[in-house]
Write a protein that binds this ligand. Structure first.
Ligand code: GTP
Ligand code: SPV
Ligand code: MN
Length: 595
């Protein structure tokens, strides 16, 4: 077996684990990634020459590539994502569980000699800013060069991680193989006790790029509980009011493919020229308590793995320039005329087009780009990033928001009256599913804190942990809930969304500053209609009233569903959360509408 590019100083633990994995998987070659530009070019040339990836137009899209996954491998597979512990109760009623020994044996069998004839890449990566006490090291061993080049964009990969490892000693171990892409033998296993991840028969993002959901959320959430912080499925947005030079940091949880990246990259509409908005993170936030009782947050990632489909000049003008270089596209369509990537929403339909599977596309067929097509692009080259994104101490959180896709009932925005009530608002999130996970799209499901698929342990304990964490926070962020996705009788979105969402963010800022009153309802505070700034926008106030209406009967029904979900956790469900629930439920039932 050939070993290439092995660094001089490697810890004994790492060395012996790599050896052990090599013994099991039997690759022809082991290549240690250093994260250099030269190495990246080599990997991409290899992928291009072996026809695994398509190099795009070098003039229009320098250093950009298109990758097509197998048609059966286009999204996270939640029913094959397993938490593997001694007892099922550790995983809780919302996760799929397998006994640790059973899962380990199963994975050992599947990995046996699986890398024969292939190269195994050793990919050390750092999650979080260099030098931050919150950063974590991981090492992924993978036989996919595509995974390696994605990790280089999404994490701080290579030597920088090994150096950090020499200081920190501890690291998360991740093993991945393309295998043979058999969907019946596809598994993403999490072994929290060993801080080990094993994934096979997939190359799709969150299944295979193990630094993402498997490490930065599932394993990190378990570490966070032990250490007293939170790992959340949240974007992190910086807003500056240039008029008074005040900064606000808003973290927000919305389920997969439900608007985190778009909101994190919002360009305030013209009516708000005093404000700038900058991105700290678009998908994952690690939150902790600061010295003065404030809540702080970092983005553990170093790049964006965003939904391409629908991204365009209206929805997300800020990102477009960044996608023109050093970007890997997955499952978008291809314009064969000039060899450029294309997806619905980017521009007018080109004359000729290959769909995401590589077949010629015809009008009237299904979408040309896959609904869950993605771009992988570095934060560094994103013009609207916050200067603070690499701050090792993170940023101070001013507000948090929860939400999801709901075609009815949920108002455009409401505010929790206390932080504890805010925990309830997060915990009772129910939202429609999307193309980001396989299975039925657009069905309403319980998705507390948008973490249903990402909490690595019993969610009853997770809710408890939120309350424990809250006790450390003395300067409490306000908590809001948003819903951009209400539909009218014709099935069209009522609220235009995207840049116009800044109108809602502005209201939140006024609430943070205490410069605007709000009206109390059983679920929390709702805005007075006249306090939502509609300047420069053609939007009927009557429609806004509808979006800010409190529907007593609807909410009574909603809370019945919420209770059914909460009941699943039995003893492990926090009493404090039941208290919050009971209070809200009573207020809803006692409510007498004004005329
Ligand atoms: P993940 O990366 O899967 O976690 O997704 P995300 O939460 O970052 O979602 P993203 O911002 O990529 O948006 C996903 C989809 O939601 C895209 O198709 C967007 O066009 C759509 N979307 C985002 N914001 C809005 C909005 O304000 N209104 C409407 N109607 N659609 C939106
Ligand atoms: C999500 O599904 O929430 C994503 C994409 O952000 S993935 O990395 O595949 O999880
Ligand atoms: Mn996500």
């Amino acid at each position: 077996m050939i070993e290439e590019n092995k660094p001089q100083h490697v810890s004994k633990e790492l060395e012996s684990w790599v050896e052990q994995t090599t013994g099991l998987t039997k690759p022809d070659k082991v290549y240690w990634c250093d994260g250099s530009e030269l190495e990246n070019r080599k990997l991409l040339s290899f992928l291009t020459e072996s026809k695994q990836i398509i190099k795009l137009n070098e003039k229009k899209y320098p250093n950009c590539y298109l990758y097509r996954t197998n048609e059966n491998d286009v999204a996270r597979v939640e029913d094959r994502t397993l938490i593997c512990t001694d007892s099922e109760v550790e995983a809780g009623p919302t996760n799929r569980w397998m006994k640790k020994e059973t899962a380990f044996r199963m994975m050992q069998d599947l990995f046996k000699e699986i890398m024969a004839g292939r190269t195994m890449y050793v990919v050390p990566y750092l999650l979080g800013p260099e030098g931050s006490s919150f950063s974590q090291v991981g090492v992924e061993l993978t036989d996919s060069a595509y995974v390696a080049v994605n990790m280089r964009i999404l994490t701080r990969m290579g030597d920088i991680a090994l150096q950090e490892l020499n200081r920190k000693k501890e690291f998360v171990k991740a093993i991945h193989s393309i295998g043979n892409l058999d969907p019946e033998k596809r598994y993403i296993c999490h072994f929290p006790d060993e801080r080990l991840l094993m994934s096979i028969n997939t190359v799709y993002g969150g299944n295979a790029i193990l630094s993402k959901k498997p490490h930065a959320l599932r394993i990190a959430s378990i570490i966070a509980r032990k250490e007293g912080w939170l790992a959340e499925h949240m974007f992190l947005l910086e807003i500056v009011n240039k008029e008074n030079d005040k900064n606000y940091y808003i973290s927000g949880a919305l389920p997969s493919a439900s608007g985190k990246t778009n909101l994190a990259m919002i360009q305030p509409s013209k009516a708000f020229k005093d404000f700038t908005a900058r991105t700290v993170g678009d998908d994952i936030s690690w939150l902790f308590s600061g010295k003065n009782g404030e809540m702080r947050g970092i983005n553990p990632e170093n790049g964006f793995f965003g939904v391409a489909y629908g991204t365009g000049p209206y929805s997300n003008p800020n990102i477009l320039e960044s996608l023109k270089k050093n970007t890997i596209f997955t499952n978008v369509a291809l314009n064969p005329k000039d060899n450029t990537p294309w997806w619905e929403g980017l521009s007018e339909f080109p004359e000729t087009l290959y769909d995401w599977t590589g077949k010629e596309w015809h009008k009237g067929g299904s979408s040309a780009a896959h609904m869950n097509s993605r771009f992988t692009t570095p934060i560094k080259q994103y013009r609207f990033k916050s200067d603070r994104y690499e701050d090792p101490d993170g940023v101070e959180i001013s507000a948090m928001l929860f939400g999801g896709r709901r075609s009815s009932l949920l108002p455009l925005v409401y505010e929790a009256q206390t932080f504890e009530q805010g925990i309830l608002v997060g915990a009772m999130t129910r939202a429609e599913t999307t193309a980001a996970q396989s299975g039925a799209a657009r069905v309403v499901r319980d998705d507390p804190m948008s973490m249903i698929a990402f909490c690595g342990y019993n969610m009853g304990d997770y809710f408890n942990h939120w309350f424990e964490f809250a006790e450390k926070i003395k300067k409490r962020p306000k908590v809001f809930n948003v819903n951009w996705f209400r539909k009218d009788e014709n099935g069209n979105y009522i609220w235009p969304g995207f840049g116009e969402n800044f109108r809602i963010l502005e209201w939140m800022i006024k609430r943070i500053d205490g410069t605007v009153k709000a009206k109390e309802f059983p679920i929390g505070f709702l805005p007075y209609v006249e306090d939502i700034n509609l300047n420069g926008m053609d939007f009927d106030v009557e429609r806004l009233k509808k979006l800010l209406y409190f529907d007593k009967d609807g909410w009574a029904g909603e809370l019945i569903k919420v209770k059914e979900f909460f009941d699943k956790f039995g003893e492990r469900f926090p009493k404090k959360l039941w208290d919050e629930f009971d209070k809200m439920n009573k207020r809803v039932l006692d409510y007498v509408p004004e005329n």
